[in-house]
Ligand binder design. Sequence first.
Ligand code: FAD
Length: 519
Amino acid sequence: YRCIRLILGDQLNPQHSWFKDKNEHTLYVIAELHQETAYVQHHIQKVCAFFCAMQHFAQALSQAGHHVLHLTLDDTQAYSSLPELLTYLIDQYGASQFEYQLPDEYRLRRQLQAFTTELNVTSMYYETEHFYLNESAIKQEFTAGKHHRMEAFYRRIRKKFNILMNGNEPQGARWNFDANNRNKLKPQDFNAVPSPLLFENDVREILARLKRHSVKTIGKSQDFIGWPVTRAQAKQLVTFFCKQCLPRFGEYQDAMSCQIDNAFDKRQWSLFHSRLSFAMNAKMISPAYVVNAALAYYEQHKAKISLSQIEGFVRQIIGWREFVRGIYWANMPHYSQLNSLSATRKLPDFFWTGETQMNCLKHVIGQSLDEAYAHHIQRLMVTGNFCLLAGVDPDMVEQWYLGIYIDAIEWVEMPNTRGMSQFADGGIVGSKAYAASGNYVKNMSDYCSQCYYKVNQASGLNACPLNSLYWRFMDKNQQDFAKNPRNRVIYANWLKKSGEQRKEILAQAEDYILNIENL
Ligand code: FAD
C-alpha cells in the first residue's frame, strides 16, 4: 500500500470524503489500542461500545470495497503506543504516505503531530467533517482566556445555519424557551415516559479480550450492550427519539426521578433524553443529521410538538456541543490545569460504589455505574454540584467523568466538568458557579422524599448536607461571588440569618466535610 490512513475510535464517520473513492493503494487502519484503554479507568460498557463500533465500521468499510486492517488488543499488544504501532505498519507495508483525521482530543492531536514531524515519509491531515463549525471557524469564534457566552454564540449559529428562524428573527419571537422547560416529573407523568430503545450488540468476545489483557475498568458489564454501534442503529435511535421523546423533551429536560425506576423496574432511566451523545461523539452520525431529522419531524408534527421542545433540543447540539468544543480548543492545554477555586479534596470513595445515604448521589452514581449514563442535570446538579460544594480537586472530578460516561471524550467532558460544573476555569464557560442547595434537587426530582437526610434543614440531626455545604461554599467565596449581581439575593438571604444561625450552619458543614466518606 502506498498510503496508510488512520481512523481513530471516535472517527467512525462513513460520510467522510475519504470514502467517496476506492483506492487500491490505500490501507485504512482501525486499531484497539492499549494506550486508549489506560489513560483513564473507563466504564466497561464504554470500552465495549467503542471497540464494537470500530469493528462494525471496519466491516462496513471493507464491504464497501475499501482495504481495511482492523487490529484487536491481541494484535497491538506488542506496541506500547500509537506512534510505535504506526511506525511498524508504515514500515511493514512500505507506505510512502501517512494520513489522518485531526483528533478532537488535545492529547492525541499532539501525539500525532509529534509523530508526523519525526516521520520519514510524507504525511497529511484532514478535518473530520463532523461538526457545524470547521477548524478555522472555531478559531475565529473563540479566543483563549476570554469569557465567552453560550447564548450569544448559539444565536449566531442559529442565524448562520438558518435554524428555526423567520428571516433574521427567531421563530416564536424568542431565542430561548428555557423558562418553559423546568418541570418536575410527577407520578401521573410516568406513563408517558418511554423505555429507552436498547439494541442487543453482542460484546462477549470483546469482554473476553479485555479480561485477557487485564484492562482495568469500572461499572457494570453487560454481554449485550444497548448503545448504538452502527450508523443504521444510530439512525434508528434518532427516529425513536423524534417519535417518543421529542414531544416532551424540553419540558422535562431538567427533571430527575428515582421513583420511576422503582415503579417500572428500571426501564425508564433516560426519561425523554435522546441517548445520542455516544453515536454523535463516535461520529457515526453528525450533529447536522440529528438536528435536521428532529426539525423535519417537528415540522410535520407541530400539532403535538411545541416550539419550546425542539428549541430546547437544538440548543444542546448546535449551541452547547459546538460551544464547548470551541472553548476546549481555544484554551488547551492551559485549561486542563485550571483550578480557580483552589479545590484540593479527594473524591469520596462512594463515587466508585454509589454507597452513600444521600439519595440523590446514590441514585445518580448507581445509575452511572449501571448504565454508563446520566443526563445533563444529574451530572451538573447532583454529582457535579456535590464536588463543587465539597471542594473536590477538579483533576479527580475529571478522572471520574472522563471514565464513567459512555460519551466521555475529553474535548466535551473537560469544559463541562472543569468549567461548567466545577467553575475551575473562573467563568470561561459559565458566568457563575452552578452551586445549589438541597432545594434545587427537591424542586427538580423525587429523590429527597426517600432520603435519609432532611432537605428542609440546614443544620441539626440528619440535615441535608447540600444545604450547609452550599452556605459554606457561598460564604467562603463571598468576596468574589458577591460582585456578580446574580448572587445579590443569595447573599442578602445569608446575611438575614442571625450570626448564631450562620455559625451553626457552618459548623454543620465542617462536620460533614470531616466525615465526607461516611455521608
Ligand atoms: P440529550 O439530553 O438528549 O441532549 C442531546 C444532545 O445534546 C446530546 O447528545 C449532546 O450531544 C448534546 N449536549 C447536551 N448538553 C451538552 C453539553 N453541556 N455539552 C455538550 N453537548 C451537549 N457530554 C458528552 O457528550 N460527553 C461528556 O463527556 C460529557 N460530560 C459532561 C460532564 C458534566 C459535568 C456535565 C454537566 C455534562 C457533560 N456532558 C457531556 C453534556 C451532557 O450531559 C451530555 O451530552 C448528555 O447528558 C448526553 O445524553 P443525551 O445524548 O441523552 O443528551
